[in-house]
Design a protein around this ligand. Structure first.
Ligand code: GLY
Length: 317
């Protein structure tokens, strides 16, 4: 089944009864904004009961946690799916996948994304049409029928479930993803402004997008310490040389500024997105990492294994 199984609760006993019926592992979520801390992936029943108590009895998340969602645990590969929507019609963008964990081998705390690549082999053309027909288009139609037409970028966070191979929707965002957007933008050959204008005017039907063949990869360089606290103001050198590694290298600035002497300095957590295209993912990766290595920034770090899930010989599992 493509639908994620879930129930919502305000009564702790009812939530626990449902958890007991479903069994662990199971996911308990606060139904409001909780600064990224409101999702507990409980591997045992007791962890799940504790999460319910923390949210519904102790009120750890305030009003954000006075209703909880108890959701099926999914095992598989996460992928990002973007569609451009004009209220009635939706067109898919190319596939992309990011790496959310801070450490190599997808370990350590979650971040906003430490790198990404496009296309994402896990999102095959067959899966793309499953996602469009069973997730994106019903959402767009439903919103239109409810008198609340959606126009813009719909970003479906998916889990491609290991067991069934089917995509399940974990969340929607109404924006591009970062850093997935970087790899999509360097591959997009159509005029983005024209396409966005067509979406605003409700004229997406019949529009098709042109993408460069081959692949793109972005490696995020972040301030040491991110996603916890980090130092600001560290100097970054050699950006111009890094840009010259290959014509397709493009460096996106996310958290830089200039100091009084005209040096680039880091002023954020995720600071640079070093992006490159290639005829395949290997070439894109080699170019992106060669550019990364030219950059002199002792205050920064990056993951060394972006794209590992997409390569035939897997380094981590
Ligand atoms: N890369 C994940 C996000 O933009 O939410």
């Amino acid at each position: 089944c493509i639908m994620l199984q879930y129930e919502t609760f305000t009564d702790p006993s009812a939530a626990k009864l449902y958890i007991k019926e479903q069994g662990a592992p199971i996911v308990v979520k606060a139904d409001g904004l909780a600064a990224g801390k409101g999702v507990i992936v409980a591997m045992t029943l007791n962890e799940a009961y504790d999460a319910v108590d923390t949210m519904l009895v102790d009120g750890a998340f305030g009003s954000a946690g006075c209703r909880v969602i108890v959701e099926e645990f999914l095992e598989g590969e996460e992928a990002s799916f973007f569609a451009l929507v004009d209220g009635e019609t939706a067109i898919p963008l190319e596939s992309a996948q990011d790496h959310k964990r801070v450490g190599d081998g997808d370990t350590g705390p979650n971040t906003g994304g430490m790198g990404a690549y496009s296309p994402a082999p896990v999102l095959t053309k067959e899966l793309e049409s499953v996602v469009m027909n069973s997730i994106i288009l019903p959402t767009v139609k439903g919103m239109s029928e409810e008198g609340c037409k959606f126009v813009g970028v719909l970003y479906a966070g998916l889990m491609i479930e290991k067991k069934s191979g089917l995509p399940k929707l974990i969340e929607y965002n109404v924006r591009f993803g970062d850093p997935e957007c970087q790899v999509l933008m360097v591959r997009l050959e159509s005029d983005l402004a024209q396409v966005l204008l067509a979406a605003c005017r409700g004229q997406l039907s019949g529009v098709s997008l042109n993408w460069s063949s081959g692949s793109a990869m972005v490696v995020v360089m972040a301030s040491k310490g991110y996603p916890s606290s980090y130092e600001k103001g560290t100097v970054i050198e050699n950006l111009d040389d890094a840009q010259l590694v290959a014509p397709s290298v493009q460096i996106f600035h996310a958290g830089t500024s200039l100091d009084e002497d005209g040096n680039y300095i880091a002023v954020g957590g995720r600071v640079l997105g070093i992006t490159a295209k290639g005829k395949n993912l290997e070439e894109a990766r080699d170019r992106a990492y060669r550019a990364v290595e030219v950059i002199k920034w002792p205050g920064g770090f990056y993951r060394k294994d972006i794209g590992w899930r997409a390569f035939p010989v897997k380094q981590f599992s």
